[in-house]
Design a binder for this molecule. Structure first.
Ligand SMILES: [Zn+2]
Length: 158
C-alpha cells in the first residue's frame, strides 16, 4: 500500500513537472510571439520612416518644380510686357502714319514685329516728307526745304 502511494506521488510529481514545463514552454512561445510582433512593429516603423522620407523628398522635388514654374511665369510675364510695349509702339506708329500713308499699315500687319520696328522708324521720315518740298533740285536730288500748303517750298513756287 505504501509503495502504491509512493508511486502515485511520484506520478503526480512527474505530472506536475511536465505540466509546469509545458507552461514554461507556452510562456516562451508567447515571448517568442511578442518578440516577433516587436520585430514586425520595428519593420513597419522603418517602412513608415522610408515612406515619409520618400514623401518629403518628393515634396521637395515638387516644390522645386513649382519654383521653376514660377520663375518661368515671371519670364513669360516679362516677355508679354515687352510684346505689349512693341504692340503699343506699333499701334502708335500706325495711328501717326495712317494719316499720311494708310497703305503701309496693311502691309505692316503681315510682317513680323522686328520688321515693324524698322518700318516704324522708317515711317517717321515719311511722315516728315509730307511737309517737305516735293520738287527736285538742279542736282537731281529732292529739295530739303519745308513745303507750304501746296507741297512746295518758297523757292519752288510754294
Ligand atoms: Zn523746294
Amino acid at each position: 500500500m505504501e509503495n502504491i502511494m509512493n508511486n502515485l506521488f511520484k506520478i503526480i510529481f512527474l505530472l506536475s513537472f511536465v505540466l509546469s514545463f509545458n507552461t514554461i514552454a507556452q510562456k516562451t512561445d508567447v515571448r517568442v510571439e511578442i518578440y516577433d510582433l516587436k520585430e514586425d512593429v520595428k519593420k513597419l516603423q522603418s517602412e513608415n520612416q522610408k515612406l515619409s522620407n520618400d514623401l518629403t523628398t518628393s515634396i521637395v522635388k515638387y516644390e522645386n518644380r513649382i519654383l521653376d514654374l514660377g520663375a518661368k511665369i515671371e519670364d513669360l510675364r516679362f516677355e508679354i510686357n515687352v510684346l505689349k510695349r512693341i504692340v503699343e509702339q506699333y499701334r502708335n506708329g500706325v495711328s501717326s502714319s495712317s494719316t499720311t500713308t494708310p497703305s503701309s499699315s496693311s502691309s505692316q500687319n503681315s510682317t513680323s514685329t522686328e520688321e515693324n520696328i524698322s518700318e516704324k522708324s522708317e515711317s517717321k521720315p515719311k511722315y516728315q516728307s509730307s511737309s517737305q518740298c516735293s520738287a527736285t533740285t538742279k542736282k537731281g536730288t529732292r529739295c530739303s526745304r519745308s513745303a507750304r500748303s501746296n507741297g512746295l517750298c518758297w523757292q519752288h513756287g510754294g
